[in-house]
Design a protein around this ligand. Structure first.
Ligand code: AHM
Ligand code: MG
Length: 348
């Protein structure tokens, strides 16, 4: 069997004995006593949808799929924006597999209650997702990602899901992950037992365990924030940015900002760093969505030994009040996020 593994110099080489994602899911399923396998089947469905979306994302530069929804391509077919396409693929894959009772997506105004087929109401999980985050980067060939999050429903089985099933604090997540469509495509996820990353071998369409037990370093040297908004930031964030730039100890830090959350997060988790999308006078609640972006990334960050905050407290303890709620987001290496919180606290 040919597999991929991460070797010392960070390049991927083919090597024997690495697990496929499929093998890993089966192995982990056996670790959860009394589990019915539903969660494993959800991860499996996401794996399939990710491969389909990956295929389209990689063709985006070749085929005239890039462009506004509603326009027609040269064959006279309706064009679909890639984020709309990704939304449909993930939703349809989850519905077809009959494994979830509800889905909420950043692309849809309201949640979807799945109760068309007998038994759907008896599924116990809901999935929340951002099907193609950072999609404005597609047109310029920059990495984008899918973010997903899984919760156990709180309303009784056998009844249609309600808003309550989706408005759960992040610490109730049973799984979360992301797919990064980058120089290589990876699926990174956690079920609350650490974080593992799988790299797609596009030649055979198989994900292999390439980044087992991913961990943030406690400190890092990268700060990621859209500094173009500097003058609109709260004073605590301004002061923290100045602190990052100061020549002292291991500073100044390096500034890296792709503008694609999954990519910025992924780099910082591997190299050590902090990602910040704060409030600003232009966006009083920040830009990122609590349910589709911040909670899943926070769960992954914490499982990797990192920290995720709204500047004052733990992201995963926020009680959501609406599906598309936005929150400020500080996420990354534990000591860096803690330091940013210190600066924020001065102006609370
Ligand atoms: P989107 O969900 O509309 O794609 O927006 C989220 C994206 C994140 O991926 C990224 O970190 C952020 O928006 C960048 O925003 P900005 O361009 O304001 O810096
Ligand atoms: Mg998004």
């Amino acid at each position: 069997m040919i597999n991929i593994c991460n070797c010392k110099n960070d390049t991927l080489i083919m090597k024997d004995r690495n697990k496929t994602l499929g093998e890993f899911i089966i192995e982990k399923q056996e670790e959860f006593k009394y589990s019915s396998g539903e969660l494993s089947r959800i991860i499996n469905a996401i794996r399939l949808a990710a491969k389909v979306v990956n295929y389209k994302v990689n063709k985006a530069g070749l085929v005239d799929i890039v462009g506004a929804a509603g326009e027609q391509n040269i064959q006279g077919e309706d064009q679909q924006k890639l984020d709309v396409y990704a939304n449909e693929v993930f939703i349809q894959t989850l519905i077809n597999r009959e494994i979830v009772c509800g889905i909420a997506s950043e692309e849809n105004d309201d949640f979807i209650a799945i109760h068309g087929k007998a038994g759907d109401d008896n599924n116990k999980y809901v999935v929340l997702m951002d099907p193609l985050d950072g999609s404005s980067n597609i047109d310029v060939n920059v990495s984008v990602g899918t973010i997903f999050s899984v919760y156990r429903r709180v309303t009784p089985m056998g009844t249609p899901v309600t808003l309550e099933d989706f408005l759960q604090p992040g610490d109730q997540q049973v799984a979360a992950g992301y797919v990064i469509y980058g120089t290589s495509t990876m699926l990174v996820y956690t079920t609350g037992h650490g974080v593992n990353g799988f790299t797609l071998n596009p030649a055979i369409g198989t994900f292999y365990l390439s980044h087992p037990n991913m961990k943030y370093s406690k400190d890092g040297k990268i700060y990621s924030v859209n500094e173009g908004n500097y003058i609109h930031f709260p004073q605590g964030v301004k002061d923290y940015i100045k602190y990052c730039q100061m020549e002292e100890g291991d500073r100044p830090y390096t500034s890296r900002y792709i503008g694609s959350l999954v990519s910025d997060f992924h780099r910082n988790m591997i190299k050590g760093g902090v990602y910040i999308y704060p409030t600003s006078s232009k966006a009083p609640n920040g830009k990122l969505r609590l349910l589709y972006e911040c909670n899943p990334m926070a769960f992954i960050a914490e499982q990797a030994g990192g920290k995720a905050s709204d500047g004052y407290g733990r992201i995963m303890e926020i009680q959501p009040t609406e599906l598309h709620q936005r929150v400020p987001f500080f996420c990354g290496s534990e000591n860096m996020v803690a330091k940013a919180e210190e600066f924020m606290a001065k102006y609370k």
